[in-house]
Unconditional design. Structure first.
Length: 103
């Protein structure tokens, strides 16, 4: 991933209207775990880290895949999608610019 994990995590936390609370928690955990854009995490691990229910984790992982932020490559393995990261960066910059202009 070209971007530093911490910077991406901060953007996800601050971005408005794109992610639900559960999506933010799970996506951030996947980013923290990722090595070369690949994260391996079981539902139980994500539940322990995020306090999100099993059902919500399954739904959230599917939602993140449908939105194009992650790609499931095999059981319990997800790739962070570069286009999704680029979209988050662009959206964050737009929201940041908009908020600066409002002040």
């Amino acid at each position: 991933m070209k971007m530093e994990k911490e910077k991406l995590i901060q953007m996800i936390q601050l971005i408005e209207g794109t992610f639900s609370i559960s999506e933010k928690r799970i996506f951030i955990e996947l980013i923290k775990l990722s090595i070369n854009d690949e994260a391996v995490a079981t539902v139980q691990f994500l539940k322990n880290k995020t306090s999100v229910s099993n059902t919500t984790i399954y739904i959230t992982l599917k939602t993140l895949q449908l939105k194009g932020y992650i790609l499931k490559t095999k059981k319990d393995t997800f790739n962070i999608v570069l286009k999704g990261v680029e979209y988050i960066t662009e959206l964050f910059e737009i929201q940041n610019k908009h908020n600066i202009n409002k002040i």
